[in-house]
Design a protein around this ligand. Sequence first.
Ligand code: UT7
Length: 327
Amino acid sequence: MSALRSLVLGCGSYLPERVVTNAQLSNVVATSDEWIVERTGIRERRIAAEGELTSDLAFAAARRAIEHAGVKAGELDLIVLATTTPDRTFPATAVRVQAMLGITSGAAFDLQAVCSGFVYALAVADGMIRSGQARTVLVIGAETFSRILDWSDRTTSVLFGDGAGAVVMRAEKTNGAANGKDRGILSSHIHSDGNYADLLYVDGGPSSTGTVGRVRMHGREVFRHAVVKLASVVDEALAANGLSRNDIDWLVPHQANKRILDGTARKLGLSESRVVVTVERHANTSAASIPLALDEAVRDGRIRAGHLLLLEAMGGGFTWGASLVRW
Ligand code: UT7
């Protein structure tokens, strides 16, 4: 029996030019390079220029992904853009990117699952490919979190950065039952629990306050939940595919905190050299962090065809999820 699956054809990413170091931030809030490095692993982050929007970052990453994939923009019949920092409340940033790419066919929409956004978007795009509703799909994670930070709050402002990453996926027919050796998205597993909404949120929005709001976080609580929820969804993804921890070639995690990455790698029995880490240079770019890390490791030759990748993320909501991808 033949079935459809999503093959990843290529990836791309983009970072704004401006680098902001921890030392520079210590002139703005009561913090230090030492505190930030020790507690998070972050050394610097990129911040979008004035007038540089989420759509600009997304478009730059998308162009690189499309080129890397060897497809034409006109072949895309779906764009899913994960973001919590859209250009405007509406229309979706995805339709802006669609227009920037010069496409007038297919569909484009935004998806909001905060830091888990890319895993959610991958799950949705994969589902639409498998059900025959889309054939060539651009999945983007793009954020300008700098615009929703309270720059006087040292507990959040030092943690985030701006950036974008993207992948192009295409439907491919497979014959026979799917197995873990096939290339493409093996499976995605997404979860949420709205009871934790007040631990990580923005204190505004069009319906509640009519303002954009700023990020608020109870970091220590989020940290505690992240470690547990990530371990459980990783096990769920492996079990669903009959794979074991030893099968993983690369962990490509959401980059929130180096200590969370180390904890997850330890639980998986993966050596540090098997974890793609960008948090020290990118900080937490929310939905963009996984495709940014993925693109870096693909382009520098670490990730190669046939490797098994585990993507995982946890964020506001709470939302969390994991995808297994045979590159
Ligand atoms: O991507 C979405 C998911 N987000 C996450 O996964 C983030 C998870 N949380 C974390 O990464 C960590 O909890 C943080 C990095 C946010 C904080 O690290 P922590 O080790 O949990 O520190 P803490 O919140 O327990 O704060 C310890 C101390 C506090 O001072 P007191 O109360 O002990 O006197 C804070 O006020 O550190 C203080 N502090 C700072 N000091 C210098 C908090 N932020 C800063 C700062 N610079 N930037």
